[in-house]
Design a protein around this ligand. Structure first.
Ligand SMILES: [Zn+2]
Length: 451
């Protein structure tokens, strides 16, 4: 098949969503699974054809692996294609599928663990695709055009989530308030000034804003916020139970919290519906696979690495990108009657898995067990290797009060995750300095791997 060169040179837009109209395509979420599969298969084959016709990176990779995409006919055939690693994205140039003149925005991934950020160039079609995705995601939580949405995520510094939520909210005709990278006090003022009803942001920042309000202006629960859309940090454990921080946020704000899962590389958000039982995936925007340690698909419902193929991306399309996140697909139908697949909360990062006395644990599970307890202020985990090859896990914990023993920490961890690491107490200043060293406002870094 020959690509339409004229169309392609002007940034071919999504083969299904030519107008990115959420109204027109919202029904797809409720379609028969067989119909969804048909549509997704067509989009997948078009995505492959588009990417292989233009991406120097994939052309070289597929030639090296002797892969002829004419043999790829179905969604199941995706497993015959090579995987894309995060390291492959360090040099953006060979991945680009459009002329430089088609690029309208450059986003950067957040540099977690001190690594270099990845460059993600976007076309205008890619931005429209993001807006379509977020419009549907926000609407799925029950938010509509009567709501006023405060975005407490960076709209600058090349951050993708902030601009994506902004564009999606505008498309939904909600009233958008660009709080951006403001301080807790500034966000609080904005809530008062604009009478916001929804907050989009990282849970730890939502907590800071609420705490600022509570300490200085009275009960945040009386300020009219109805919904909290959480990005960037987990709000639920593997069994979909709210983490202590999320419970605290709900009672503090007298609002419902909705989890989302996204990354700049996959350029797609999975948001919970009002039933709040996992993030609904978007079949027209992404193919999600769950792979085991052998890079083969796990059995339905089993845990594994989330591997994504975002469909309809035109600037820097990816095929089978390994996210490094561990999760599983929730089985059965959602009570909202949507027929799309649901992804469970991310349990942890694959490369952060720790071995502890014959079991495995993720560093974020240790901190999540403590966060939301008013006695816990902040902290981080350090992993080292014991001479016998097992992992040594040290929790550096700063408590809210001056005194207090470690006993409750040990008891809490034993009860909630059955793992009690070494505990070292640090001051609040030491904790803040360490976890915010790379990024003052965007994301905390709470795991330091010295293995
Ligand atoms: Zn649902």
């Amino acid at each position: 098949m020959q690509m339409n060169q004229h169309k392609a040179n002007h940034g071919i837009i999504h083969p299904l969503l030519t107008d990115f109209s959420a109204k027109k395509h919202a029904d797809l979420q409720f379609a028969e699974p067989e119909k969804i599969k048909q549509i997704q298969t067509r989009l997948f084959l078009q995505h492959l054809e588009y990417t292989l016709a233009r991406s120097p990176f994939y052309k070289a990779k597929y030639a090296k692996n002797n892969i002829d995409i004419t043999g790829i006919q179905s969604l199941e055939d995706i497993r015959h294609l090579p995987l894309t690693e995060k390291a492959d994205l360090l040099d953006t140039h060979p991945l680009l599928c459009t002329d430089k003149k088609e690029i309208v925005d450059i986003s950067l991934t957040s540099a977690t663990s001190g690594s270099n950020p990845t460059l993600i160039p976007l076309t205008s079609s890619d931005l429209a695709r993001l807006a379509y995705n977020e419009e549907l995601a926000i609407a799925m939580t029950g938010v509509d055009e009567t709501d006023t949405i405060l975005i407490c995520a960076a709209l600058d510094r090349c951050f993708m989530a902030g601009i994506a939520y902004f564009l999606g909210g505008v498309k939904l005709s909600a009233t958008m308030v660009r709080g951006g990278s403001g301080s807790a006090a500034q966000h609080w003022e904005l809530i008062k000034l604009t009478q916001a009803t929804v907050i989009v942001g990282v849970p730890s920042l939502m907590y800071k804003i609420g705490k600022h309000g509570r300490d200085n202006h009275g009960d945040p629960g009386a300020w009219g916020i109805k919904k909290l859309i959480a990005i960037g940090e987990p709000t639920k454990d593997a069994n979909l139970n709210l983490l202590p921080i999320a419970q605290e946020l709900e009672s503090m704000w007298n609002a419902k919290i909705y989890s989302t899962y996204a990354s700049s590389e996959m350029a797609t958000t999975f948001c919970e519906c009002e039933a709040r039982s996992g993030g609904h995936t978007r079949p027209e925007l992404i193919i999600v696979e769950i792979l085991g340690d052998d890079d083969q698909p796990v059995k339905p419902g089993e845990k594994g690495e989330v591997v994504v193929t975002p469909l309809g991306v035109t600037g820097m399309p990816l095929i089978r990108f390994k996210t490094g996140d561990i999760s599983y697909m929730i089985q059965g139908e959602c009570v909202c009657k949507r027929t799309t697949q649901r992804l469970a909360p991310v349990i942890g990062r694959k490369n952060q898995m720790l071995k502890y006395k014959g079991t495995t644990v993720f560093p974020n599970a240790i901190l999540a067990a403590l966060e939301g307890d008013s006695r816990f202020y902040n902290g981080y985990i350090e992993a080292k290797k014991h001479p016998d090859g097992t992992d040594r896990i040290i929790l550096y914990a700063a408590l809210s009060g001056k005194e207090g023993s470690d006993t409750w920490i040990r008891q809490t961890l034993q009860a909630k995750i059955r793992v009690v690491p070494e505990i070292k107490r640090i001051t609040r200043e030491e904790a803040d300095e360490k976890v915010y060293q790379f990024d003052k406002k965007r994301k905390r870094i709470t795991f330091f791997d010295l293995r």
